[in-house]
Every structure is written in C-alpha cells, then in structure tokens.
Design a binder for this molecule. Sequence first.
Ligand SMILES: Nc1ncnc2c1ncn2[C@@H]1O[C@H](COP(=O)(O)OP(=O)(O)OP(=O)(O)O)[C@@H](O)[C@H]1O
Ligand SMILES: [Mg+2]
Length: 365
Amino acid sequence: MLRLQKIALTQFKNYPHFELGFSQQVVGICGPNGVGKTSLLDAIHYLGLTKSYFSRHDEQVVQAGCQGFRIEGHLQLGQTQTLITCILRENGKKEFAANGTPYERLSAHIGKFPVVVIAPDDAVLITGDSKERRSFIDQLLSQIDAEYLQHLIRYNRYLLQRNALLKDPAVATPSNRSLLEVLDEQLATEGQFIYESRCAFLTSFIPQVIEEYRSIASSDESPLRETISISYQSHLQQEPLHSLLRHSRQADLGAQRTTKGTHRDDLVVTMHQQPFRQLASQGQRKSLLFALKLAQAAVIKQKKGFAPLLLLDDVFEKLDDNRIKNLLQKVGSEAGSQVFITDTSADRLDRQLSNLGIPFQLVSL
Ligand SMILES: Nc1ncnc2c1ncn2[C@@H]1O[C@H](COP(=O)(O)OP(=O)(O)OP(=O)(O)O)[C@@H](O)[C@H]1O
Ligand SMILES: [Mg+2]
C-alpha cells in the first residue's frame, strides 16, 4: 500500500510554510474558495510526477513575491519509508531527491510513486482536442513503462527538429535533404514503438474504461441507458510510419510541419453511434472522465502491484447522488488507493465519506 504520511510546503502557492500529517486511507480536505485545497493536491502531485498538474511552469507555483519553493513528503510503500524532496532553487533549477540522494534526471522518478488526479478542468479530456487525450495516454504509459517515456522524449525531440528543418528556407540543399532522411529514420523508429505500445495498451484499457463507465453510470434500480464505444485512431494503422513519412514528404514541405505520425493519434468516443462530446450531458461526460481515471488507477495497480495515490478535486459538482455513491465506493474501498478529496462543504464531505463506512480524516483549511 502506498501512503503519504506527511507533507511540508515552503513558499508554495498560498502557503508560506505549512505541514500536515495524514493518518487515514481517505482524507477529506475542506474549506472555502481560495483557501488552498487544490494547491495542496498539486503539491502531492509534484511528489509523484515532479511537476504541477495545474500550472505549466514551476515559477507559477512559487509564492508570489518569493523565489523558489520546497515540498517534502514522507511516503510509505509496504515497510519502506522514503523522504521525497522537491526544491525549486532561486535560479529556477529544480532538484529532486529521495532520502537525500538527488536524481540525475527527473524522469527517473516518474512511476515510483504514481498519482492519479481527477479535477474539474479534466473535462477537456472529453471535450478538448486530441492533444488532451494523447497526453492522458502518454502520462499513463509513462508511469507504468519507463522505456515508453524515453521513446516519447526522443520522438518529440526528433519531431521538433524535423519541423524546424521543414520551415528552413534552405531545406532543399543536399545536406539538409540527407538530414531529413536521417530524422525520418529516427522519427519512424520511435513513432513505431509508441504506436505499438499504445495499441497493446489500449486493447485491454478500452474495455476497462467501458466497464468502469458502466459501473459508475448504472444504478441498482435502473439499467444503464447509455452505450458508449471508444476506438484508437492513428495514421499508423494505414501503413508504417517510415512509409507514411516518405509518402507525405511533399505535403510536409508545403505545410512546413510533419502532418503524419503518432503526434496526431486520438481516442474517439461515441455514444449511440454519435460523437460523445456533442451528445453527452455534463454528468455523463463527468462519468466518462471518472471511468478513464479509475481505469488508469486500476492499470497502475495491476502493473505496479500497489494502487496510486488518488487526488479528487471538487468531484461532487454535477454528479447525482447515485453516481457519487458509486464513485466513492470504488475509490474508497475497492481501489485500495489512499484518496484525497476536496470540497468546499465540510458537511457534504463528512456525509458522503461517512456513508462509505470506512475510516476517514477530515482536514479543515
Ligand atoms: N503563486 C502563488 N502565490 C501566491 N498565491 C497563490 C499562487 N498561486 C495561487 N495562489 C492563491 O492560492 C489560493 C489557493 O488556491 P487554490 O486553488 O488552492 O484554492 P482552493 O481552496 O482550491 O479554492 P476553490 O474552492 O475555489 O477551488 C488562491 O487564493 C490563489 O489565488
Ligand atoms: Mg480548488
């Protein structure tokens, strides 16, 4: 079992200095708007994934008017305790250490203490463009397969180089042409690996998501009315990336970017054979979001042998009581994760967690 026992924050968002201990598997965090509930979850996210879930740049989470921040977390996995330290130095350099030993590369930490977040803005995963769904899959695969992350990093680097070359007015020179050949070769190797990893993973993941959706959306009394289906779409289903790049070379030179590849993959969701994002109600979208995230947690648990930390930010809005009950039941007892749940209403949180019938800790900020 993975447990966060204690966290200490310095100059992190609205916290000048703050320490909190966690004694239970389920932790409710309540308080009015702006008190720092989401910020606390974000600090936990840093401990697992070395970065913010909500802010693109580390500087944005440094307390206004200060320089640098520090997050410390005491994590327990089985009998082993680990002190994780994340420091953003005044010069903007981020340092990460486990029990005082610094990591050479931040990516080496990813997957050690997995974290799954469900937050209101995650709705873009359903309603937004394909980039959102790709980064969901990438983040998930990176947490369970360190090799995948390295291939992805290289793919993105070659893609940037190839796109820069396609924009270069001197692209037609013989030396640039041969550079393009080399980049195509490298991009194709990495892209093919990514495609095959995504295929293998999604073959079992998609049915899991559909099953999770079914169990969140169905109630004891009424059978499920919605049927959804999810499919993986990739240019690489037509032909290998190597020949795709060769065939699209002219088009790419015209467009000045790489038009074919795994950076254009998508997950397409339909309900009653129509696009889910157009047809679904807000509650249905939210249910699908939870299904994706719960399936993510389940996969991590399968691969790692222990469940990730679950961070649920403001999840009660827009869900009917039945769906809340199903969701909490799943995260609280079945998933085996330590769960952190925020809500503005202490009463509602207390009531929902009490209904679960398992011990919980309520923190008022
Ligand atoms: N870099 C920063 N420096 C100082 N304060 C910040 C920084 N970033 C965010 N804040 C502030 O931190 C406070 C807490 O924000 P947070 O999003 O954690 O609130 P919350 O408790 O989740 O509120 P809500 O219920 O509205 O979601 C806010 O007042 C926000 O403006
Ligand atoms: Mg919040």
